[in-house]
Write a protein that binds this ligand. Structure first.
Ligand SMILES: [Fe+2]
Length: 474
């Protein structure tokens, strides 16, 4: 089936690049004038590319895939079966069809395809492949999770956004290279810049190239950032935020989100962890705050998971900006606390922060020493090259901060223990803590005894590596 690009009811339909919904030109000059990746490596062909695997809401029973081809492949067709050790492709192989979306961009006309694999068996190794006019992709392996709690590891990436292939890719690849069999990757928004930096389609090409086959074989959970939205002038000159045209075709997400933000909010259950993804931009700018807040509360209330992890872009507590994101803080923080959210993973600020108490680091240390339980732990991190200077509160409020530093996180979930480690681009341990869940569901936080490297901050104009500090705002 091939159909027009369609978004959730209250989200505005996103046009293909170069066109508005009415078919008018959407700032085509600005796209044409944007810097391009040399050599046009991202032109669509008859071989599938930009293949991204995503989980179903019950990941143990379903998965989904999105990919891109040139326009000759008009049907979304994939094959899937149980993986074999022999080269005989797969057992119980079946063909599955889905939905195709045309998308015109600076690299030429393309078609994105989406297929959902339903009726999968928990804890099973599968292979799948997807079709283009000139041939199939390779067979791509993945695992479904168990239907009940079991240990697993996932990765958390802050904003990749800037110089994605040139600089951010080394962090992404270090994460995959150093982590044994990660089950999932969560992206805290601003996967791309979608501003005056580079042609949008080249950025999405870079994003796919940076992760490569890892994005096709490990389930991805993306959150939108403000940069996943484009600003389109309205008839009276006002700015309208529209989800960028690549978002929905690129990610075949569960359709179980908040009313009004169906394309960008969702939840997934994975071996005893409920991942809840919110859309801060839609909440702040598109009037879905109340809807997302109700949905968040209901989704947490219904959760039977031992751990609840929430992912979105604009941080409740900022490490770079003068003020916290007050609207989200007022609406969502009380729910995180009342419903026992364990981790809040965020981006947007282009610095690193691990915050365990709004009252500050000393208060948090005192509370821990007195045996108090730990509420939600708030993380902010960044993968890409854009860096913001830490704000004044960063000196005393978060437990651990960094500036001018690219990082990734590895999170290990094992029964009543959840361990988060932050690593730098070169793979050095920067921060680490463990949440130990008590029988009553509340946590104690233990700072890992592994000795991390020293705090990384700029000193005046000099960065922590002795080169000019790249953090803006200093
Ligand atoms: Fe960002």
């Amino acid at each position: 089936m091939r159909k027009a690009f369609l978004l959730g009811a209250a989200l505005v339909a996103a046009p293909a690049i170069g066109q508005t919904r009415a078919g008018n030109q959407l700032a085509p000059k600005s796209q044409a004038a944007m810097p391009r990746t040399p050599g046009i490596p991202y032109r669509p062909t008859g071989i599938p590319d930009r293949i991204v695997l995503t989980p179903a809401a019950d990941a143990s029973r379903g998965a989904a895939v999105a990919w891109r081809t040139d326009p000759r492949q008009t049907q979304a067709v994939a094959e899937i079966g149980v993986a074999l050790d022999s080269p005989g492709t797969a057992r119980d192989k079946r063909q599955v069809s889905g939905t195709s979306f045309p998308l015109d961009a600076v690299n030429g006309p393309s078609i994105y395809h989406q297929v959902r694999f339903a009726g999968l068996q928990p804890g099973t190794a599968y292979v799948y492949r997807v079709k283009g006019a000139d041939g199939w992709s390779e067979w791509l392996p993945f695992h479904t999770p168990a239907a009940s709690p079991a240990p697993f590891t996932f990765l958390y990436f802050g904003d990749t956004q800037n110089r994605i292939l040139e600089v951010a890719s080394r962090v992404i690849r270090q994460a995959f290279r150093s982590t044994a069999d990660p089950a999932l990757v969560v992206h805290a928004g601003d996967l791309v810049a979608q501003r005056e930096e580079k042609a949008h389609d080249d950025e999405w090409g870079e994003w796919a190239a940076a992760g490569g086959y890892n994005y096709a074989t490990i389930q991805q959970l993306p959150a939108t950032g403000n940069h996943e939205y484009v600003d389109v002038p309205g008839p009276a000159g006002q700015e309208n935020r529209l989800i960028g045209p690549h978002w929905q075709p690129s990610f075949t997400l569960p359709r179980n989100g908040a009313p009004g933000a169906e394309a960008t909010s969702y939840f997934v259950d994975w071996q005893g962890v409920r991942f809840i993804v919110l859309d801060g931009t839609s909440a702040l700018d598109l009037g879905t705050l109340a809807s997302q807040t109700r949905w968040l509360d209901a989704t947490l209330a219904a959760s039977k998971a031992r751990w609840n992890v929430v992912l979105f872009h604009q941080p409740i507590f900022t490490c770079a900006r003068p003020n916290d994101t007050e609207e989200l803080k007022a609406a969502w923080k009380p729910i995180f606390e009342a419903r026992g959210v364990d981790l809040v993973l965020q981006g947007h600020d282009h610095c690193y922060s691990r915050l365990t108490s709004e009252q500050g680091r000393d208060a948090s240390n005192r509370a821990r020493a007195a045996g108090r339980v730990q509420g939600p732990v708030y993380l902010v991190s960044v993968v890409g090259s854009k860096m913001y200077a830490l704000n004044d509160r960063a000196a005393t409020q978060p437990d651990r901060v960094a500036e001018d530093t690219e990082l990734y996180q590895r999170i290990d979930v094992d029964g009543d223990r959840l361990t988060l480690r932050s690593f730098t681009a070169t793979g050095r341990l920067y921060d680490g803590f463990r949440l130990n869940k008590r029988r009553d569901g509340r946590n104690r936080l233990e700072v890992l005894s592994d000795r991390p490297i020293d705090t990384r901050r700029c000193a005046g104009n000099v960065g922590p590596d002795g080169f000019p500090c790249t953090a803006r705002g200093r």
